[in-house]
Ligand binder design. Structure first.
Ligand SMILES: N=C(N)NCCC[C@H](NC(=O)CCC(=O)O)C(=O)O
Length: 447
């Protein structure tokens, strides 16, 4: 049966702003207090989705969340009517209001880890929502993420949903940003590659000293167990801790994979050769010839990789079987990265073209093309069981642009987050969105 990779991109929410919330993510902390443009951010994301859908790639959309999260503010002791909760938080704890207002669910690579049916014991597609435990503003995402995913992948015959792992640092889980699936055909059994930043229950193992390691080995192992993966279909690797300390806060900032290809930096993993050998061996046992494209530090430094987001790219298989790499404009603006990309596509290797998108609104918070999408490999039958209203086409693109034009502001500052009208605007917009995407009631204000 035919099978596809479907990319579900996060629709940027109406409260998109720059609050410097992610210690260890250089773009986030350095753009603190800049004015954001939520309308432009949402449109940049929609442009990418539509352009890729028009090129023949399967593309879906994942809804944003209700922000500010009044429910979270109430848990923290702010009380009264909703607008009073916001007023109190703005006066007493503006940084907490900002955290509760983040549109960070747009980076759907962090929404969940997904294992396709060909890899799992029970033959279902498995989803585990990521607890995003390392950052408060992201740790509040998973309950709504789970409801939205269930509204998109509702059929229990095909889709199995797991709640987020226990919300403690030892099980810190950042979802698909640290997970790559290698395979031949998307519908055939593959090897799932889990990359972690530290082992929580081991002592004396290397770990970063400056910035946090968000993902633990134990979290990755728990997800593999929940999904019913077998040892011959799993490889674990530790990210180089020194590189985390330079600002590589997720593995998808230093490597990306698709089918049998891994595109990665020379300094991606600890014990890199062992990792590559294990991937090669386990894939060979499934009849797949693994190809690693290693970018040397001499061609693109770790700093350039972080600044340009070369590896936070999408590798997409075209109809002719060759791959296209989707990169942010920052890659073209960096002369060393631009030169590398030109050489790469002319090298005769599996990647023979690249496509550039302007995603600056998201990039300023450390979110490139790969952060903005959750990959779900599906057979034709499974794709037929997905809520069709979330799949991108001309009509949905038109509707969503119109919806953004109607409800989004084109400027947002920290002070604007104190405006109680913003909450109302957000709820009105999301209520309509759940009708467009036929999600039912998924937001706290709707429950
Ligand atoms: N690499 C992947 N897959 N995702 C990128 C996530 C960026 C996100 N930034 C933020 O949450 C910044 C929000 C702010 O500072 O306002 C984060 O650090 O978790």
């Amino acid at each position: 049966m035919r099978a596809f990779e479907v990319n579900f991109d996060g629709l940027v929410g109406p409260t998109h702003n720059y609050s410097g919330l992610s210690f260890g993510n250089v773009a986030s902390t350095s753009n603190l207090k800049q004015y954001s443009n939520p309308k432009l951010a949402a449109k940049q994301g929609l442009q990418k989705m539509k352009a890729l859908a028009d090129m023949g790639f399967k593309q879906g959309v994942l809804a944003p969340q209700e922000r500010p999260s009044v429910a979270t503010l109430r848990k923290l002791g702010f009380s009264g009517k909703d607008h009073e909760v916001i007023r109190q938080a703005a006066q007493q704890a503006p940084a907490i209001l900002a955290a509760c207002s983040s549109a960070s669910s747009m980076w759907t690579a962090n929404a969940a880890t997904v294992s396709p049916s060909a890899d799992t014991e029970d033959g279902c597609v498995h989803f585990t929502a990521a607890n995003l435990n390392n950052k408060f503003h992201r740790a509040i995402e998973h309950p709504t993420t789970s409801r939205v995913l269930k509204a998109m992948f509702a059929d229990e015959y095909y889709f199995a949903h797991h709640a987020a792992l226990p919300p403690v640092a030892a099980f810190g889980d950042e979802g698909a940003a640290n997970h790559t699936r290698f395979c031949g055909d998307y519908g055939k059994p593959g090897v799932e590659f889990f990359v972690y930043g530290r082992a929580a229950f081991a002592h004396g193992q290397p770990e970063p000293r400056r910035f946090p390691a968000r993902q633990t080995l134990e979290a990755s192992q728990a997800v593999a167990r929940l999904h019913g993966l077998t040892d011959d279909g799993v490889v674990y690797a530790q990210q180089d801790p020194d590189v985390i300390d330079m600002g590589v806060f997720h593995n998808d900032v230093i490597s990306v994979g698709n089918q049998n290809v891994l595109f990665h930096h020379q300094r991606s993993f600890l014990d890199q050769q062992r990792v590559l050998d294990e991937l090669q061996r386990k894939l060979a046992a499934k009849g797949v010839e693994f190809k690693a494209i290693e970018v040397p530090e001499a061609a693109v430094s770790v700093e350039d990789a972080i600044q340009s987001y070369l590896f936070n790219s999408q590798l997409l298989t075209k109809a002719d079987g060759r791959m296209m790499i989707v990169v942010p404009e920052e890659c073209r603006d960096n002369p060393r990265v631009a030169a590398y990309l030109d050489t790469l596509v002319k090298s005769g290797g599996p990647i023979d073209s690249y496509k550039v998108f302007d995603l600056k609104q998201s990039m300023r918070n450390g979110g490139g093309p790969a952060c903005l999408r959750l990959r779900v490999a599906l057979t034709e039958t499974e794709l037929g069981a997905v809520n069709p209203a979330v799949l991108m086409n001309d009509e949905l693109f038109r509707q969503l642009n119109q919806w953004v034009d109607k409800h989004y502001r084109d400027q947002l500052s920290e002070a604007d987050l104190a405006d109680p009208a913003l909450l109302q605007e957000c709820r009105t917009a999301l209520d309509q969105l759940t009708q467009i995407l036929r999600l039912g009631s998924v937001y706290p204000f709707q429950l």
